[in-house]
Design a protein around this ligand. Structure first.
Ligand SMILES: [Zn+2]
Length: 235
């Protein structure tokens, strides 16, 4: 009889390992959380660069306006001092124009200074966002490489274990195998346990002296009275 249960117990050991590796495989972090964080960091970076760019365009527009005022004022000055204008009203008008342009230029210069500070602040923020985005990308890449390595290793283990299982099944009595398959579902994938002490390793309940005696007599049709698991005992 001892020859009947031992191959089944060996099959159980393989099944337990398969179950363990598959469970570990299923609980591996595939990096989806890190991917979300990385995408969020990339979106933040894009928004901040856009904000910087928008303000730079505003700065360039104001700067162009300033240059056109300067050009216009220079042209007025050339005319004013050319000596070709004799009409006092026209001269007065030119001087007013130049004053007005100088005032406008001052206003724009103030605005440009303020814009320059704001552009710089936005650039600092965008650069920080870029550093953060790179950090997130590196984290994700490292994690994905690790995940690929781990899952490949575990998948190899499962393939090897399944091959071992195919071999192990051939050595098990058919009727016993059917009983095992039914029990697996009811016993959280542990249908047969190896007894080494005075209780059931499956559920922890102490054996009655009757069961204990029969186990040690080499009886093989014994199950735990509490959890129904098959009991395998080897001297
Ligand atoms: Zn039990």
């Amino acid at each position: 009889l001892a020859e009947l249960l031992k191959p089944l117990y060996e099959l159980q050991e393989i099944d337990t390992q398969i179950h363990k590796v598959e469970k570990a495989l299923g609980s591996l972090d595939d990096g989806s959380q890190l991917r979300e964080e990385s995408e969020a960091a990339a979106r933040d970076l894009a928004a901040r660069r856009q904000a910087q760019h928008d303000l730079e365009i505003e700065f360039r527009d104001e700067d162009l306006k300033l240059k056109s005022f300067e050009t216009k004022r220079d042209q007025h000055r050339v005319r004013l001092y050319s000596g070709t204008i004799g009409n006092p009203k026209e001269l007065e008008h030119l001087r007013n124009e130049i004053d007005s342009l100088t005032k406008s230029k001052g206003v724009i210069e103030e605005k440009l200074l303020e814009l320059m500070e704001r552009v710089e602040a936005r650039k600092v923020a965008a650069d920080a966002a870029q550093a953060e985005s790179r950090r997130q990308d590196d984290l994700l890449a490292a994690h994905l490489a690790d995940f690929a390595e781990r899952s490949a290793h575990m998948n190899e283990q499962v393939v090897e274990l399944r091959w071992q299982r195919d071999e192990a099944v051939k050595r098990v009595d058919e009727e016993l195998l059917a009983q095992y398959a039914r029990l697996l579902k009811r016993t959280n994938n542990l249908a047969i346990v190896r007894v080494t002490g005075s209780g059931c390793p499956g559920c922890g309940v102490e054996f009655t002296s009757f069961i204990f005696r029969r186990l040690h007599q080499g009886m093989e049709d014994l199950t735990c009275e509490n959890c129904d698991r098959m009991l395998f005992y080897e001297e």
